[in-house]
Design a protein around this ligand. Sequence first.
Ligand code: AN0
Ligand code: CP
Length: 317
Amino acid sequence: MRTYTNVKDLGDLNTAVQEALEIKKNRYSYKGLGENKTLLMVFFNSSLRTRLSTQKAGMNLGMNTMVLDINQGAWKLETERGVIMDGDKSEHILEAIPVMGSYCDIIGVRAFAQFENKEDDYKEKILNQFIKYSGKPVFSMEAATGHPLQAFADLITIEEYKKTERPKVVMTWAPHPKALPQAVPNSFADFMNEADVDFVITHPEGYDLDPKFVRGAKVEYNQDKALAGADFVYAKNWAAYADPNYGKILSKDMSWTVTTQKMALTNNAYFMHCLPVRRNMIVSDDVIESPQSIVIPEAANREISAQTIIKRMLESL
Ligand code: AN0
Ligand code: CP
């Protein structure tokens, strides 16, 4: 595997999930694979889970791991070609990327949507420059339009917890004070559309996601109707995608918060969220603390999803 940016890079999804579950049984059995190989993780944005789980995954495989926080101690990077660099940016990304590539064997990149220019975000300007100029296999640790390590961990978690062959999975928008990217819901939709589940997306009008990710999924604007009979409730906030409101907050309607009353509409559903989560905005204390909340095992599976990707990349070196 040379790149991991979306579900298609995994090939057969069932095979990938089975491989991940095998790795989970003995995560140290490929310790020799990464010997004398270096993983570089580059962060343009904050992280708790991605940083720790991906570093752990690399160490499980016997790799050396390095982390660079671009905004803490590195030179400020210019990303546009042709700019006269007389401002506060000391280095161009076109030098920085091949230099970073020269010190490592595999690169993970976190570079969120900037909400300045929809086209730049949706063509994955930063991530694609790493793919093009680093000379190394590159995986997304949440880029502008996707978070495939998260969605893969989510799918593994659903596989572990499902009680029926084809569970009903409902992804619901929920309120949040800040404008958040569409990366997590895009990737979750991408994976659920490929998985053997009954997938429903619910959000207020105006929050429709890019049709490229929604594909044939059912979209229901009435949250209560959507939640009826759900086996899994996947909550997430995102800012508007559609023009002219790209990156804007259109609603903070607290009636969309996932509460005990909302969960009562479901088939005793499990509650999922990628974290970090704002309590009593996205989900009530009671729901996230309930036995049906699987947010912690979901986060723990990030180590397994990352290890599966890095293992496949090491095998292709
Ligand atoms: C980010 C987002 O919504 O994309 C990261 C989630 C994994 N969340 C925040 O910035 C709060
Ligand atoms: N879920 C997730 O990616 O969390 P972090 O932003 O903390 O890495």
